[in-house]
Design a protein around this ligand. Structure first.
Ligand code: 13P
Length: 268
C-alpha cells in the first residue's frame, strides 16, 4: 500500500476530479480510505473537495472518532455512513459519496438504476437500488443503506445523491463515474422514446463474462445465482424478476435478504 501522505494526495486528486466533473457542488461530497481495521483517512467537513491539499485530510478510528486532524478541520459529517460500509463490507477499502446530476435526479425521482441497457454497465456496475431517505449526518442514512450493502457496490440515496465503494480509491471513484455515465445514458435514452433493453439471454451472457473475469465486489450475477431465479427485482430481470420500470424497494430487498439467509442456513 502507498504511504499515508501518498494516499492523502490521491484523496485530494479524486476530490478535484469529482468537483471538476460536476459530481459535487460547492462543499458537497466526501471520500474515505481504509488504512487498517481501526484507521481511516477522510475528507474534512464543509470544504470544497475540489481544492484540498494533503493537510486537509483527517484520520479517524472505526467509530469515526478523530485520531488526527490539522487546524480547524473536522471529519466529514457523513463519516458514520462511510463507517457502516466498512463494517458491513470487509472487502471494501474506499468509499465515495457525491451528488452527480443525473444519478441524483434518478434518486430524486425514485427510479433505481436496474435497466440492462449497455454491456459495460451490466458487467461492471450491476444494479443500483435506492436507499430510503435519511437526514444527512444522522444515523438514518447508515441505517437506510445497510441492508443494500451486502448485495450491491453502489447505492442511490433517496432525494440526496449516490454512494459507491470498492477495493481501492480509484475503483470506488470509477464506480461513481460509471454510475453517473449510466444514469445520463438512461436519462437521454428516455428522452428518445425509451431504452431498448438487452434481452434476458444477452444479460445472462454478460453475467457469465463477469463470473469468468472474477471481478471483485457484489453484483446481481451472484445474487441471481444465489437465489435461483427469485431475486425479485434485485437483478437486471434476467431470471424473471422485475426490471427497469419496476423498483427495487426496501420491501423487495428485505425479501431478498430473507431468502438468501434461508438458503445459506439450509446449506449448513
Ligand atoms: P461534508 O462536507 O460534511 O462531508 O458533507 C458534504 C455532503 O455532501 C453531505 O451529504
Amino acid at each position: 500500500m502507498a504511504n499515508e501522505f501518498e494516499i492523502k494526495k490521491q484523496i485530494c486528486e479524486i476530490g478535484k476530479r469529482i468537483y471538476d466533473r460536476g459530481m459535487v457542488a460547492a462543499n458537497d461530497g466526501n471520500i474515505s480510505v481504509k488504512l487498517s481495521d481501526n484507521e481511516f483517512l477522510c475528507t474534512p467537513t464543509g470544504v470544497s473537495k475540489g481544492f484540498m491539499t494533503p493537510e486537509y485530510i483527517c484520520k479517524v478510528d472505526k467509530d469515526g472518532n478523530v485520531l488526527q486532524a490539522n487546524g480547524n478541520f473536522k471529519p466529514s459529517s457523513e463519516i458514520k455512513m462511510h463507517m457502516r460500509v466498512y463494517k458491513c463490507r470487509p472487502d471494501v477499502n474506499s468509499v465515495v459519496h457525491a451528488h452527480p446530476t443525473f444519478a441524483t435526479a434518478f434518486a430524486i425521482a425514485g427510479i433505481p438504476l436496474t435497466a440492462p441497457i449497455m454491456p459495460e454497465a451490466v458487467i461492471a456496475l450491476g444494479c443500483v437500488p435506492i436507499a430510503e431517505y435519511g437526514t444527512p449526518s444522522t444515523m438514518e442514512i447508515p441505517d437506510a443503506v445497510e441492508k443494500y450493502l451486502p448485495y450491491y457496490d453502489a447505492v442511490l440515496l433517496e432525494n440526496h445523491g449516490a454512494l459507491s465503494y470498492s477495493v481501492d480509491l480509484l475503483s470506488a471513484y470509477h464506480k461513481m463515474e460509471s454510475l453517473e455515465f449510466y444514469a445520463e445514458l438512461l436519462y437521454k435514452a428516455r428522452q428518445l422514446g425509451g431504452p431498448k433493453e438487452l434481452s434476458q439471454e444477452q444479460v445472462q451472457r454478460l453475467y457469465e463474462i463477469r463470473r469468468k473475469f472474477g471481478l471483485p465486489g457484489k453484483h446481481p450475477a451472484n445474487l441471481c445465482a444465489e437465489l435461483g431465479g427469485k431475486c425479485n427485482g434485485g437483478c437486471h430481470g434476467n431470471c424473471g424478476g422485475k426490471t427497469q420500470s419496476g423498483t427495487v424497494s426496501g420491501a423487495d430487498v428485505e425479501k431478498i435478504v430473507a431468502e438468501v439467509t434461508k438458503r445459506i442456513l439450509s446449506q449448513q
